[in-house]
Design a protein around this ligand. Structure first.
Ligand SMILES: NC(=O)c1ccc[n+]([C@@H]2O[C@H](COP(=O)([O-])OP(=O)(O)OC[C@H]3O[C@@H](n4cnc5c(N)ncnc54)[C@H](OP(=O)(O)O)[C@@H]3O)[C@@H](O)[C@H]2O)c1
Length: 349
């Protein structure tokens, strides 16, 4: 595994890929709420393999369950609990891991059951630590923007969490560029802990962050942990019947339980684009999943900011495939070809 500094404005080092927990290995059975039951044995195998192969950067959120999305209130917090359990059971060295979690989403029905207020954050950091059986988290993200809370309140609370030893570094996710700069400036002006890492969607087909978020990251020395590098599995090519040139939906795949995913990606234009992408990957002797991951990693050379893709896996084999993509070097001609190809995509992030 390769390791890198997560940003210019911190000394924190992470693996070149991160393992996310929004979706986890699942069993075929569903519970009464329609959530897939989690295959905890496979989760254990995945974490063992990840740790043994240097994937030390783990991404979760207080709301994640692992087998359903959107997550009902009855199921929030489950992924954090599994993480705590697996770290303990496998005897992983917590100090070797870089664990990120997030706050902002709804966790209870009351008026303060969500958001980036001092009250909500102070409650949720304790809850996350309890669920994960940890004393501190390495990175604490604001999961998305909260228009109801003054930015000063959120940033001073995050700063306090670092001072209290509950959090090591601060991150921001999905925050519009304009608001993001305001948060950065508040930290600078008040002498608060800086925002070190940004988490946004980025893959070959969804490149909106190139317009504003990447330039902001460059300007302020922040790194990028980018999610959905495989466009949720779409770029792996498994949804295409190449012979018949039509969509297929494999059993238990994400498309079987996330309607929004199918609506977003399964278009006529994307079918043509994906077939070209799969053929290009074949020509290079790699799988489409590896090429998609390698593209995000190689874009670091273009933007000159750290870019760390966060993946999810539903089986161990997917993780093995992802890890072997870390060393794939794409030439400037490859990047140019993929750039042209991605311009044919008909949707933004
Ligand atoms: N900050 C945020 O708002 C936010 C939002 C989304 C995600 N995230 C984070 O980013 C992580 C990754 O996001 P994502 O799950 O959308 O990422 P992704 O890597 O684009 O998609 C992962 C999915 O693709 C499929 N897959 C993976 N490798 C494969 C392979 N080799 N062959 C075939 N299928 C493969 C699996 O789904 P199947 O079930 O179909 O096998 C897997 O769950 C999440 O776990 C979470 O930690 C953060």
């Amino acid at each position: 595994m390769k390791f890198k500094r997560i940003s210019r404005n911190s000394g924190l080092k992470v693996s070149a890929i991160s393992l996310g927990m929004w979706h986890l290995p699942r069993l075929p059975e569903k519970d009464e709420a329609g959530a897939y039951k989690i295959d905890v044995d496979e989760v254990r195998r995945v974490f063992r393999y990840a740790y043994d192969h240097g994937v030390i950067f783990i991404d979760t959120a207080n709301r994640y369950h692992g087998g359903i999305s959107p997550v009902p209130l009855t199921h929030v917090g489950y992924a954090e609990k599994i993480l705590g359990k697996v770290i303990k059971e496998l005897g992983l060295d917590r100090e070797e891991l870089v664990i990120a979690t997030k706050v902002r989403g709804r966790m209870s029905t009351g008026p303060n059951g969500e958001g980036l207020s001092r009250k909500h954050i102070m409650w949720q950091i304790r809850e996350s630590l309890r669920r994960m059986q940890l004393d501190y988290v390495d990175i604490y993200y604001a999961h998305w923007y909260d228009p109801d809370t003054p930015k000063e309140e959120t940033m001073s609370t995050f700063n306090d969490l670092v001072r209290m030893g509950l959090v090591r570094y601060i991150g921001m996710s999905n925050i519009p560029g304009y608001h993001l700069v305001e948060y950065v400036k508040i930290a600078e002006e008040r002498g608060y802990e800086p925002i070190v890492v940004l988490q946004y969607k980025y893959n070959l087909m969804e490149r909106d962050i190139e317009r504003d978020i990447i330039p902001i990251a460059q300007r302020f020395g922040m790194g990028l942990a980018v999610y959905s590098p495989l466009a949720g599995g779409f770029l792996t090519g498994k949804y295409v019947d190449l012979k018949e040139r039509k969509w297929v939906i494999p059993e238990l795949s994400r498309a079987t339980y996330m309607e929004s995913f199918v609506k977003r990606y399964f278009t006529k234009e994307n079918l043509e684009l994906l077939i070209e992408f799969i053929e290009f990957a074949k020509g290079k002797g790699v799988t489409p999943a590896q090429l998609a991951l390698a593209w995000t990693i190689n874009m670091e050379k273009v933007w000159n900011v750290p870019i760390i893709p966060i993946i999810s896996v539903s089986k161990l084999g997917q993780l093995e495939e992802a890890i072997s993509a870390v060393d794939i070097e794409l030439s400037s001609d490859d990047l140019k070809y993929l750039d042209e190809l991605s311009k044919k995509a008909r949707f933004g992030a």
